[in-house]
Design a binder for this molecule. Structure first.
Ligand code: BJ8
Length: 427
């Protein structure tokens, strides 16, 4: 990527964006980013890549997507970790995450949805209705999934505004559910073959599996460095890397994250940290955090602690598991993909003991002093599962703070007070 001033307005106009509203949205991000990110000291030099990506979030990447489409490729929007990127990629598609992390057009959204719907859903619908998201406008197809009830029903409304295909995700992990999910993967392949006009082959699927695994491995390397004391990278920076993974170019992202991991491994060797060795170490678990939702990490780290791991969809759930690379046939590779994806532990599943195991394992591996359970308000799966996570943490002797919040800035003061009191208790 090279940095030069380009006027992207004709491109946004072509996509049908509401330019005045879009200007307002774009004007807000640099201030938020500067306050949360550029104010940090001692950041790894490699994070300059992400500063650039953020400065071009609706610019260069959108141009790349449109160039890709002009060359015969497709852009496929997704909202959930259960949608296999490998299949999209094998068929010449670029997968882009469409979950949004900022309030937009809520007045209009609340004419369609109850006000007490989670911020993630209101936000993605608001971005579409308000015509401010060039990613959703670039998408040839948007893939939804039957996870929580709110998303399921919101996809029906989104389907009136964009081409939407919904995958049926089981809510349990019994043998029958696995068999059903495997068929659902076949149905997705069929749909994507139709939309892309390409055929899934051993060669293109194998290559996509290897490339997406390489991306996840790079994130594993970066995140493994956070086990060290002192921590070589802030939680905010690590969170940003995972957030960007949802829409950046896969090989370029992999290379840049590997470079940061090289730098972090050097930092670990030389005992160079971003926080003092005595800084309290916090594990965050719960609902996903989409760009530009950095609120909780920012509060925790400005209070002097450091986030060492995220058991989130924008965290370990995204990169922990790989697809086995040894599949000989398309069928065998799809079996591996189906198994890998169904093994993710979202709170939409019942029961969901795997998530409790993951949270406790991460707390141990990253030597967390405490856990903060973060749920978006009205996100019933995570708000309710917080009770079981809290019990499990209690039994393991790890203090846990429960936080329910949304995308507004209205509760920042109150959250600061609660987080500071929790950290004092840990100290
Ligand atoms: S795998 S967490 S991305 S479903 S926050 S919309 S759950 S009410 S986003 Fe999710 Fe896939 Fe699970 Fe991850 Fe509903 Fe909760 Fe809103 Fe949510």
């Amino acid at each position: 990527m090279s940095s030069e001033t380009v006027d992207y307005r004709p491109l946004w106009e072509k996509l049908g964006l509401d330019l005045a509203a879009h200007d307002l949205l774009l004007a807000a991000i640099p201030t938020l980013y500067a306050d949360a990110y550029l104010s940090q000291e001692n950041r790894p030099a490699g994070m300059a890549y992400f500063d650039f990506v953020m400065s071009e979030i609706h610019g260069l990447r959108i141009k790349e997507l449109l160039d890709h489409k002009a060359a015969g490729g497709t852009v496929i929007g997704t909202f959930c970790l259960y949608v296999p990127e490998e299949i999209i990629r094998a068929l010449g598609g670029i997968a882009v995450g469409l979950c949004a992390g900022a309030e937009w057009a809520y007045d209009e959204v609340e004419r369609l949805l109850p006000a007490n719907t989670c911020a993630l859903i209101k936000s993605f619908l608001g971005f579409k209705i308000g015509k401010v998201c060039p990613y959703v406008e670039s998408a040839d197809l948007v893939i939804g999934e039957t996870t929580c009830d709110g998303k399921k029903k919101a996809y029906e409304l989104l389907g009136e505004l964009a081409p939407v295909y919904v995958m049926e995700l089981p809510q349990m992990k019994r043998e029958a559910d696995r068999a059903f999910w495997r068929l659902e993967i076949d149905r997705l392949v069929e749909k994507l073959q139709m939309v892309t006009g390409r055929e899934l082959t051993e060669a293109n699927l194998r290559r996509a599996i290897v490339e997406v695994n390489a991306k996840r491995r790079a994130l594993q390397r970066l995140n493994a460095c956070r086990k060290a004391t002192p921590v070589p990278i802030s939680g905010k920076d690590a969170l940003l890397a995972t957030q960007v993974a949802f829409y950046d170019d896969v090989p370029r992202f992999t290379e840049m994250v590997n470079r940061i991991a090289d730098e972090l491994e050097d930092r670990v060797q030389s005992g160079h940290g971003v926080a003092s060795p005595d800084a309290l170490r916090v594990l965050v678990t719960g609902s996903p955090m989409s760009i530009p939702n950095w609120k909780l990490h920012d509060i925790i780290e400005k209070a002097g602690a450091v986030v060492v791991a995220e058991e989130l969809c924008t965290g370990s759930r995204y990169y922990d598991q790989l697809v086995p690379e040894g599949g000989e046939t398309v069928e065998a590779m799809l079996d591996h993909i189906a198994a890998r994806y169904l093994d993710l532990n979202c709170a939409c599943f019942t029961p969901n003991p795997g998530r409790l195991e993951d949270v406790l394992r991460l707390a141990r591996e990253y030597d967390a002093d405490g856990i903060i359970h973060y749920a978006l308000q009205f996100c019933a799966p995570y708000q309710i599962e917080a009770t079981t996570v809290q019990r499990a943490a209690q039994e393991a002797g790890i203090p846990l703070l429960r936080v329910d919040t949304d995308y507004s800035r209205g509760d920042v003061g109150q959250l600061q007070t609660r987080v500071e009191a929790f950290l004092e208790m840990l100290a």
